[in-house]
Design a binder for this molecule. Structure first.
Ligand code: SAH
Length: 247
């Protein structure tokens, strides 16, 4: 991996970034830099917004009520947008936070909560999910902050699925077969992965999924994995076989 500056603090901002730009931080960010990280005027950090790449920045003003950054030079260009949509039945609270963060680290470019018959979480706090994706991007040097969709019923997602797009269906009922071999033909295609709820998919859902033209049904081995474990395992297999883990 190219030499990467893990030492510097990375901060996600909404503002446009470019040479000479000045960014005024919101109260939470100002407090974090000043009072938590005890950074003062002149301190250096990295700023990114998910669109313009990562920029070297310096604290220009660190007043009690106002912290501004002076944007200096480009540290890393914005990568080409990813094409890995991660669809999942939302879990509850901490495990959902975990899933959102791991999806970012594993390179998901879009998070799509999908409501299935056995989904446990009645409602999904997408603001909280987005905050988790930003935090994961800041911590792991990810420059593309994935889009977070509003939850949608599985039936609606499948009804609107583009006929020529693959959907990797992680089916706990699938016969054991080499997932890497099943996923390799997807190299170069827009990728999408579906993980079910703790209670698994119900028969009607499985039938609808298997009728989808672009469906690629895979097994994740002889053991039943918990949904958050299955998510990381499946994303790893997909990235290794057909995604950006291979040049
Ligand atoms: N009904 C089981 C399975 C749920 S596991 C149970 O209640 O424990 C949650 C989800 O993780 C599944 O819907 C599936 O998408 C994925 N998953 C878990 N283990 C898997 C496996 N061995 N093969 C394929 N997918 C798996």
């Amino acid at each position: 991996m190219a030499s990467y500056d893990f030492a510097s603090t990375r901060l996600f901002v909404e503002s446009d970034l470019g040479p000479g730009a000045e960014v005024t931080l919101d109260a939470a960010q100002a407090n974090y830099l000043r009072n938590v990280l005890r950074m003062g005027e002149g301190a250096g950090l990295l700023a990114f917004n998910g669109r313009d790449g990562e920029w070297r920045a310096r604290i220009a003003e660190a007043a009690k009520k106002r912290v501004t950054l002076a944007i200096e030079s480009l540290a890393r260009p914005q990568p080409a947008p990813g094409r890995l949509r991660y669809l999942f039945a939302p879990l509850k609270h901490a495990r959902l936070d975990y899933m959102a963060q791991k999806a970012v680290e594993m390179g998901a470019s879009r998070l799509s909560p999908v409501l299935t018959r056995r989904t446990q979480a009645a409602r999904v706090n997408t603001e909280r999910m987005r905050a988790n994706t930003v935090e994961a991007a800041e911590q792991c040097g990810v420059l593309e902050v994935p889009a977070v969709d509003e939850p949608a019923p599985l039936g609606a997602v499948l009804a609107g699925w583009p006929a020529d797009e693959p959907l990797v269906f992680c089916d706990e009922d699938a016969d054991i077969a080499d997932p890497i071999e099943a996923l390799r033909p997807l190299k170069g295609r827009p990728l999408a992965l579906l993980i079910g709820p703790e209670g698994g998919f119900d028969p009607a859902e499985r039938d609808a999924l298997l009728r989808l033209r672009g469906v690629v049904r895979i097994s994740l081995g002889p053991r039943i994995l918990r949904a958050d474990t299955a998510a990381v395992a499946a994303l790893a297999a997909l990235q290794a076989a057909a995604g950006d883990w291979a040049p």
